[in-house]
Write a new protein. Structure first.
Length: 110
């Protein structure tokens, strides 16, 4: 990886988001707005308490983790190739990882 500390940050944010989301179940405040969490069931009017708040913040942290990890993959792909290797000679699995990372990294598409 081009930035190992950024990779570690991505992992720890991912772990914290998982712990945060499961903490809602531990205290009895798991999400109760259905499988896909669609409105109107997810509105505070129909869903009082901290249930959806725990779920939403966990999903936001998960998105941050995915974006940070994807940015690290894109930079690693572009900067740490073997000397003399052109982009046209990269293996197909690496291209697959790059396309998935660009799709996950919202600011890389701009």
């Amino acid at each position: 990886m081009a930035f190992p500390r950024l990779n570690a940050l991505s992992y720890w944010i991912y772990l914290a988001s998982g712990i945060f989301m499961y903490a809602g179940f531990v205290i009895g405040a798991g999400p109760n707005a259905g499988w896909f969490n669609y409105v109107p069931y997810a509105e505070s009017q129909y869903n009082p308490g901290l249930n959806i708040d725990f779920y939403s913040l966990g999903m936001i942290f998960l998105g941050i983790s995915t974006t940070v990890g994807s940015a690290n993959f894109v930079v690693t792909f572009l900067r740490t190739r073997a000397p003399g290797m052109s982009i046209n000679r990269i293996p197909i699995m690496t291209w697959g990882t790059l396309t998935a990372s660009v799709a996950n990294c919202w600011w890389c598409r701009a």
